[in-house]
Design a protein around this ligand. Structure first.
Ligand code: NOJ
Length: 751
């Protein structure tokens, strides 16, 4: 029935090249470019070099020196400089006192909210809802722009397969299709519909590229990424971001296959500029130009500047190798004036696109929108949809609001700063509504027995254990809020072990021993190895760091105003030793199964021969992860049925439609995230055992059935085989299901 496929023939899909220039949405002849060229013609070399430099106020000896530098056209951008009066004053100097009146572009990290803080991006990805994520980023831009910020270093689009890496918190997880959907939503939210609108910010897709594959998950570490992995996984969300019109890209810190990302002509020139036709601006990461010296790729800062300029890094963040050396490098003919003009044109074009020349000032009225009740409501909604229920035994959840009393315990129950997560320069703990406060507001103080049990997540002291257990004993149920403090994830904050820190596990065990219904809520910046806690808890909600409104969002779920609906954007491992483990993995020549795995406990003492089956597993962890990618439970149940394909045979350049029915067979209206996976059984290079190809979040009422439809185009099945990107003929599996492990199955062939 099936044909085999060996040779890549019929359907060579040269994906990137053709459409690139139409998709990036920028045209050489547009007004912004024309105006940039006109300005360029008036600029001296000094003016140009100034534009290529982005500085932090910390670089200057006080405000006056900074102002003078702006007056002198010494820098084109400032980062970490914000506030209505400050920005309007510095812009006034740039526009009215500098030689050419070029406005500054003010950048800042607004990663998951400005003052209204949303869940960490990994949490937002768990919502699988690009619509609400786009709105969250729109709100962030409205708030940030009111303080003069016109450029955010977001979205962070590093795919990672390593939860030890602290920056897993900032990205969208492990999958290229999910991350690409989020990338589009984030860019659209940041930049809005009209770039000249005062609330539009320039987006900056980062960190280009490969940074999430830091060896051992140790931040800033070396990366080795094969070209198929780079093109089929790591680059995908960046392509989605540039297609969505992202105005800028940040070059990363890491060494990629021996060439630092900031000096990497292959990724920055060949792929980004030539193949994708990207016309925006490239900024380095903080001192990533001069760090090429430490990488051992440049002899000194001057050499680093040459390498970054040759790779097409237009603006240098925080270090000054361009400012200090470009003039001399031109004299020595190590770089050309045309390269400098290209860089400056890219920078000026972004400033023109944002309307900064026409409207450089901030309207003080705009800041009244900060922490608008509608923004907080949205933050609550996003936090709700980001939370993933991982266990609910005996319907421990939802709880009744009429419950006699609850014990609220745990180091994250009332930790206003920690629940905001990493990267919120401007979010403030005082605006957070904590779970403790939300439970008290809902049930009334009298019904809530609160004991932190541990003062912070790493606390090892058992001093409060007895009090915590006593509070549990005199309550009808226990709500434990634990996880990680914000400082344990994010930049430079990688961990070797990924268990719950401190004595939290022991406390959870002690609480479980009371026999009271135990609901564990984990608020963390990464997927933790929570096997023991899953066993001890009756119900477990994974809430990431949920932001300002994490508390009320969680009570909405715990007390059943809405069902949990998030699904995991990353595979959960059993322990750090199992890393990396991801759904996109290959099958190996020795895949393991229940039959072939021998747990370590079953190995006889002094065995005489190896009877373990010679399969791909760990003796201790086995061959499956703790929880698969895409997993998440609901208060209701969904039945999947009627998987149908429009045809069992797909034409070389055609498409097929895959449909299924999903019925809400439980007792609550709820959302289900329906996922489509495929497996390309044989390839000219080996293919993953599962590839996500589509998803939908559907709201389905009790007893109702939704029809879900996915169109798979042959181009969606293309992969890079080391030489070209192509779709190969042959056999494919297809699944529609609730996660990467389960689902209705069928197959088709491509002729
Ligand atoms: C370094 C980080 O890697 C990057 O993500 C951030 O945008 C810059 N610092 C600026 O703060």
């Amino acid at each position: 029935m099936f044909i085999r496929k060996n040779i890549p023939l019929a359907i060579v899909v040269m994906v990137s090249l053709v459409l690139a220039s139409c998709l990036t949405g920028h045209h050489d002849n547009d007004e912004a470019v024309t105006r940039a060229n006109q300005m360029l013609a008036r600029m001296t070399l000094e003016d140009k070099i100034g534009q290529m430099s982005q500085l932090d106020p910390g670089f200057f000896d006080g405000e006056e020196q900074l102002k003078q530098a702006v007056r002198d056209g010494r820098c084109g951008s400032l980062l970490n400089y914000w506030g209505v009066e400050k920005v309007n004053e510095i812009q006034r100097i740039a526009v009215t006192e500098s030689r050419l009146g070029i406005p500054l572009i003010i950048g800042r990290d607004v990663i998951h909210g400005y003052r209204t803080i949303f869940p960490i991006p990994l949490g937002m990805a768990a919502s699988w809802n690009p619509g609400i994520v786009k709105e969250a980023f729109r709100i962030s831009s409205v708030e940030a722009s009111s303080q003069g910020i016109k450029w955010t270093f977001a979205p962070m689009l590093d795919i990672t397969w390593d939860p030890r890496w602290g920056r897993i918190a900032e990205g969208c997880g492990e999958d290229p299709v999910l991350a690409s959907a989020m990338a589009r939503a984030m860019v659209e939210g940041i930049q809005g519909d009209d770039l000249t609108d005062p609330t539009a910010l320039a987006a900056c897709a980062k960190h280009y590229v490969g940074y999430g594959f830091a060896e051992a998950g140790r931040d800033y570490n070396t990366t080795y990424i094969s070209e198929p992995l780079l093109r089929d996984v790591v680059l995908k969300p960046f392509k989605a971001a540039t297609d969505a019109g992202a105005l800028s890209i940040m070059s990363a810190f890491n060494d990629l296959n021996g060439v630092p990302a900031t000096g990497n002509e292959f990724t920055l020139k060949q792929i980004l500029r030539d193949e994708w036709g990207f016309k925006g601006m490239v900024v380095s990461d903080w001192a990533s130009v001069t760090e090429m010296v430490l990488h051992g790729y440049a002899t000194d800062d001057k050499d680093a500047a040459v390498k970054a300029i040759n790779a097409g890094v237009d603006m240098e963040m925080s270090s000054t190798s361009y400012f200090d050396n470009v003039k001399q490098l031109l004299e020595e003919k190590k770089i050309t004036e045309a390269q400098i003009d290209d860089a400056v044109r890219n920078i000026l074009t972004v400033k023109y696109r944002l309307g900064l020349f026409d409207n450089p000032y901030v309207n003080p009225e705009a800041q009244k929108k900060i922490l608008d009740p509608a923004f907080l409501d949205h933050a609550r909604k996003v936090a709700r949809q980001s939370t993933v229920m991982l266990k609910n035994e005996g319907n421990a959840l939802p709880m009744s609001e009429n419950i006699g009393s609850v014990a609220v315990i745990g180091p994250l129950a009332d930790a206003p700063r920690d629940q905001l997560g990493t990267w919120c320069f401007d979010g403030q703990g005082e605006n957070s509504v904590t779970p403790l406060r939300a439970v008290r507001e809902l049930l009334g103080e009298r019904k809530v027995n609160y004991v932190a049990g541990l003062s912070y997540s790493r606390d090892k002291s058992p001093d409060q254990f007895n009090a915590a257990v006593a509070a549990a004993r005199r309550s009808d149920a226990i709500l434990f809020f634990g996880g990680e403090e914000w400082i344990l994830s994010g930049e430079g904050q990688s961990r070797g072990e990924i268990d719950l820190p401190g004595s939290q596990s022991a406390l959870i065990e002690a609480l479980a021993a009371t026999g009271k219904p135990l609901v564990v809520v984990i608020m963390a910046g990464r997927p933790l190895a929570i096997g023991d806690e899953l066993q001890d808890a009756d119900a477990l909600l994974y809430a990431w760091h949920g932001g300002t409104m994490a508390g009320p969002a969680l009570t909405d779920l715990i007390f059943g105003k809405e069902s949990p609906s998030g699904k995991l954007p990353v595979t959960f491992v059993k322990g750090a030793g199992q890393i990396p483990f991801y759904h996109y993995r290959k099958n190996t020549g020795r895949p393991a199964s229940e039959k072939t795995w021998t747990p370590i406990e079953k190995i006889p003492v002094n065995p005489t021969q190896n009877s373990l089956g010679y399969r791909s597993f760990h003796l201790d962890y086995g061959y499956t992860p703790l929880l698969p990618f895409g997993y998440g439970l609901s208060y209701t149940t969904f039945d999947y049925s009627d998987l149908k394909l429009s045809s069992q045979v797909m034409d070389a350049s055609g498409s097929i439609t895959v449909t299924a029915r999903v019925t809400n067979s439980g007792n609550m209206d709820a959302d289900e995230i329906v996922q489509l996976y495929i497996r390309d059984r044989v390839g000219s290079i080996t293919r993953p055992v599962k590839e996500l190809k589509g998803f939908r979040r559907l709201h389905i009422k009790i007893g109702e059935t939704a029809d879900v439809e996915f169109v798979i185009n042959s181009a969606d099945l293309a992969f890079f085989n080391g030489a070209v990107t192509l779709t190969e003929p042959g056999e494919f599996d297809v699944w529609i299901g609730p996660n990467s492990d389960e689902g209705l199955h069928s197959d088709f062939i491509i002729e």
